[in-house]
Design a protein around this ligand. Structure first.
Ligand code: DLL
Length: 430
């Protein structure tokens, strides 16, 4: 264990949660007009909630809160106290901005260090971090956690497969952190180069940031001869480190002394009993810069509060099985179809007919965008394509693999029912 709270008695944990909820509510009410309005409208005075069980009375928060408060309306501290910013995709043009104070960054480092220990990583280990560095929380989240633990971190970042392989071999990394799809890609690249997994020191991979199935995990474990640990998190709450599996791989331990979980019925918003599947809702009970109350993650899972065989008592969530919205996660990057639509329709020569295709080729996601040009033929295709690329690069943190500009009338029209513009062939769309 990294921290004794991980095995705390549940009654003790609940006392902590109640106390922290009271304090976060007070801060949110005092410092964030958005929450003050919501609480007042719901007739709730912060002092009237004194037990964690009463959290159900608080209004739910959706990702719209980030959009309507862009960029800093959800901050509970002054800019002077913000030490770092991260961001993730919003449904349209503007990203969700997340801020951290110095204490928040320390807490994040500590929950990530705790997560790494739960996954079997120790201070003596070398962690090769192949999550992207930058606004995405994956890179710096694992980086700070590895350093807080006292491990050696190799900040190689995403991609650059030849270098990843060199480092795995020559620096003898014990753990690798990357998306599951990239992990599988790397396994194939190793195989093609004739590198036997048994010749590597690698024993653990930390896979997250996108959904994966159990067979995919098994393929990773078999091909790399490793234990593949599921790690979950989201920028709005902190980034990676909200929850992680231990070596028993029987659910992801949610660090409940910082993040309070509930499962709701996505249709009605009602809290569901333990064990039922629904939408995960999280409340940050320690975050200073930007507390988030009852946030609808959009992720589908279930919870158990039974003590794990490892001795940890915090609630465990099942691996994520899907989302309540249309978020696409492509190579670990979040993309809402509405962001693509906004960008395409900002180009004059483009008609409002398009399709988005996601394939998985050779274990790597590919994004293809097909758009119709208008009947005005004056602009050459190459220049329309260039305009589209410019608009998309403004809106997305990933470049489509292919942009196809087609003649007017080419894209199939929908006469009945809902239009389907997104074809996620990874999920079996034809
Ligand atoms: O993906 C944080 C992260 C980085 C987690 C590295 C794990 C490892 P966002 O970019 O804000 O943050 O995306 C959050 O990604 O709501 C889920 O839909 C999805 N997601 C994250 N981890 C998992 C996972 C990071 N283990 C969104 N399994 C979340 C399934 C995941 N989906």
């Amino acid at each position: 264990m990294y921290d004794s709270i991980e095995t705390a008695d549940r009654a003790e944990l609940r006392d902590h949660q109640s106390e922290r909820l009271r304090s976060v509510l007070e801060r949110a009410y005092e410092s964030v007009p958005f929450y003050r309005d919501r609480l007042e409208r719901a007739g709730i005075q912060p002092g009237s909630i004194d037990d964690i069980d009463a959290i159900e009375r608080l209004p739910l928060t959706t990702s719209d809160a980030f959009r309507s408060s862009y960029p800093d309306g959800l901050f509970a501290v002054e800019w002077d106290d913000i030490q770092r910013i991260h961001a993730s995709s919003g449904t349209t043009g503007r990203p969700k901005i997340v801020g951290y104070t110095e204490d928040d960054l320390d807490r994040w480092g500590a929950v990530m260090a705790r997560s790494l220990v739960a996954a079997g990583v120790s201070a003596d280990d070398i962690v090769q971090n192949a999550y992207g560095y930058g606004l995405f929380t994956g890179g710096l989240g694992f980086h700070d956690g590895g350093e807080a633990l006292g491990a050696t971190v190799i900040p190689v970042g995403g991609g650059n497969t030849a270098r990843q392989i060199d480092f795995l071999r020559e620096l003898e990394s014990d753990a690798l952190a990357c998306t599951p799809s990239y992990c599988l890609y790397l396994a194939e690249a190793l195989n093609e180069r004739g590198v036997a997994p048994s010749s590597l020191a690698l024993s653990t991979v930390l896979i997250g940031a996108e959904p994966f199935t159990e067979p995919l995990r098994e393929a990773i474990e078999a091909r790399l001869d490793v234990t593949a640990i599921d790690v979950y998190g989201l920028s709005e709450i902190i980034g990676p480190g909200v929850s992680i599996e231990c070596s028993h791989q029987n659910g992801l331990h949610i660090w409940e002394d910082h993040f309070y979980p509930e499962i709701i019925d996505p249709e009605t918003g009602a809290v569901l009993p333990e064990g039922e599947t629904g939408e995960l809702v999280l409340t940050t009970i320690t975050k200073a810069a930007q507390p988030v109350l009852r946030y609808r993650t959009g992720d589908i899972t279930s919870l158990t509060r039974e003590r794990c065989a490892c001795g940890r008592t915090h609630a465990r969530m099942a691996p994520i099985t899907g989302r309540t919205d249309d978020l696409l996660i492509i190579r670990g990057v979040n993309v809402y179809p509405s962001q693509i639509e906004d960008a395409l329709l900002a180009v004059n020569a483009v008609a409002p007919h398009y399709r988005i295709d996601c394939h998985r080729d050779d274990q790597l996601d590919r994004l293809t965008i097909t758009v119709e040009r208008t009947s005005d033929q004056s602009e050459p295709v190459a220049s329309i394509e260039a305009d589209i690329r410019t608009e998309l690069s403004r809106a997305l943190e990933l470049t489509p693999d292919e942009i196809d500009v087609v003649a007017p009338g080419t894209i199939e029209r929908t006469e009945t029912g809902k239009v389907q513009r997104v074809f996620d062939h990874r999920n079996g769309d034809p």
